[in-house]
Ligand binder design. Structure first.
Ligand SMILES: [Zn+2]
Length: 191
């Protein structure tokens, strides 16, 4: 999956969870903005195991660091693409949020943390639809994909992704916003 598909999938997943599963919740504007940011970071974070990941590309010596990092964590689609990786990222992110809490006291850490985790999970689900599959159960070495028959899965950046998946996510987000507009407005209304 390309980075932009992951970005869009992360925000669509966040919208879906918020609109379909979360009861009315009073959010501060800072919580909302930081949660969206955390969600977008979570959505692309598993791909830090690729030397060509946006994070590395944008750093001055990023490509070299990316290559070393790639080797040291087992190559592409390894630990960062597993349940173990989600747990590790989740732990590190919670530690970071706890550390930052004194300067972000009006931010709801639980909401931000869940937005981040939803981003990561959406990444792993989206990658599961590609031929390569995802090693969900590491250290068990097998990769899983949807559908299980590899030939029916898609190739990153090819027609199915750009012509079907990406527009599909745009429509899904649009529909969620349109059908839950009043609810989304109420999220920011304070009592
Ligand atoms: Zn990935």
């Amino acid at each position: 999956m390309t980075g932009r598909t992951h970005d869009l999938a992360a925000i669509t997943a966040l919208l879906a969870v918020v609109c379909l599963f979360v009861p009315i919740y009073n959010l501060s504007l800072s919580t909302l903005l930081i949660a969206i940011l955390a969600n977008q970071i979570g959505g692309i974070l598993p791909d830090i195991d690729q030397p060509t990941a946006p994070l590395w590309r944008n750093l001055p010596v990023g490509k070299t660091i990316g290559r070393i990092f790639d080797k040291s964590i087992g190559g592409h689609r390894f630990i960062t693409h597993s349940l173990l990786g989600i747990a590790l990222f989740g732990f590190l992110f919670w530690t970071l949020l706890t550390f930052l809490h004194p300067i972000m006291s009006n931010v709801d850490n639980v909401v931000v943390w869940w937005a981040f985790i939803i981003g990561i999970i959406s990444h792993l689900i989206m990658d599961s639809f590609t031929k390569e599959g995802v090693p969900w159960l590491l250290p068990l070495p097998m990769k899983f994909g949807l559908p299980p028959v590899k030939a029916l899965r898609m190739t990153t950046g090819k027609a199915v992704e750009t012509l079907l998946v990406f527009p599909g996510l745009v429509i899904a987000s649009g529909l969620l916003i349109a059908t839950h507009y009043n609810y989304l407005l109420q999220l920011l209304h304070h009592v």
